[in-house]
Design a protein around this ligand. Sequence first.
Ligand code: SF4
Ligand code: SF4
Length: 98
Amino acid sequence: MARTFSKRHGAPYVIIDGCIECGICERVCPYDAIFMSDDLEYVVDGSQCPSCNRCLDPCPVDAIIPMDAPGAEAVRDSNRPFILENWQSILVDQGGNV
Ligand code: SF4
Ligand code: SF4
């Protein structure tokens, strides 16, 4: 199924450095997009995340952010395999700035 992105949330969310592995996001995600990786770190599977936002407020350390947000370069290595490869081209197609 094709996935579309809004400009406001130009890309799926990722978990960045600072996550304390509390597991709250995994419990609140209605799409099972967040799970613990083999590295025992929580990750967001971009192919499963429709950017519903429900995990943002519950995270106690604001470690879940959109890929196009400032600070996204701090994404943890454990999350990289789950980032959609084409999120930048999708933004460009929509007229966003990357
Ligand atoms: S934005 Fe929604 S679907 Fe995506 S990881 Fe957070 S709770 Fe899950
Ligand atoms: S809610 Fe935040 S701190 Fe807790 S596991 Fe998820 S990303 Fe990490």
